[in-house]
Ligand binder design. Sequence first.
Ligand code: SAH
Ligand code: SF4
Length: 360
Amino acid sequence: MVRLAFAETLMRGERTSKLSREEIHFLLSTTDPEEKQNLWDAADRVREKWIGPEVHLRAVVEFSNYCQRDCLYCGLRKGNQILHRYRMSQREILETSIRAKELGFQTVVLQSGEDPFYTRERIEDLIRAIKRETEMVIALSVGERSAEDYSAWRAAGGDRYLLKFETSSPFLFHRMRPGCRLDDRMNCLKNLRNLGFEVGSGNIVGLSGQTLVDLVNDIILFQKYDFDMIAVGPFISHPQTPLGSSPNGSLDLTLSVLAITRLLTQNTHLPATTAIRILDPNGCKAALAAGANILMHDFTPPIYRRYYEIYPGKSTHSIEINEIREFLTSIGRKIGQGVGSRKELLESNRGGMVRKFKNP
Ligand code: SAH
Ligand code: SF4
């Protein structure tokens, strides 16, 4: 049964994209299946209005699993001494990007642990080589680095940067990422934005010790910073980490965070994250029906992919682009044309209102 107050709050959120902290909490805390479905459906309508049926694909190349950090949730943490470590050479990364381009991908996401082996200059060279050979949009996701590194990478041709703030709670952040501070990460995000990167961020839903209020604050931060992409992913427990016996995040709660984020941000890019897809076989479809409009496609060569074990269950099976096309058609969607930038979306002026890029 959908309560009247729930229906009214949801309708206001859908119509105005403005909800108070209390209202977000109210929507997020429902346990009623029909109310949850109504929330996801509202986000689906907002996605259709602002973005349409296009789903943009991103090719992800996980080029190194070395990491100097010790995040409690992540299988790549330096304390995981069982993990076999690898680094792809510049040649291998370039060839993988060229393959993605040949298959029609226009964006390559270069992701790794925080690996100082990849110095400012090495990443610069890599960006230049990929740009020269493929003209692809280049997104980086290599963690917290100095403003000088970011600046050099932007000048070399880097277009986007993905750095999830993970949780808006400074205490939980500090507990989950020993030796790191939320302020420093937010500062990195500001530097990236000021340098002209399209900036992606995001959170993890279901971290041990996280409250509903923390998630409400995450959503408020998403809206305040007006990120160009927001990755909402469930926590997935990895046995070789200190959180090995913590339960996985809930699919429903993840979908609801995603859905409210869609209501409040309207036209930002929201991926059906890999973690959602791994958590539940229906996760991808459910996320695409609750506000998501992006698919990350793992392009890491299979010999390395098994070792990029942020969490268990990442498939070594390569999905063909035709399978993605068929899947999208079956749910009434289609692969997006163009590079799928936020700017492009804003310029297309879908829905009649243009939001301005905000400086955090
Ligand atoms: N080292 C970089 C990028 C690689 S990690 C960084 O930390 O920014 C990419 C993402 O994996 C992280 O942002 C985190 O949100 C996610 N992640 C790591 N371990 C996870 C887990 N156990 N469950 C869900 N997401 C996880
Ligand atoms: Fe390293 Fe990123 Fe994993 Fe933290 S989340 S251990 S920084 S790869």
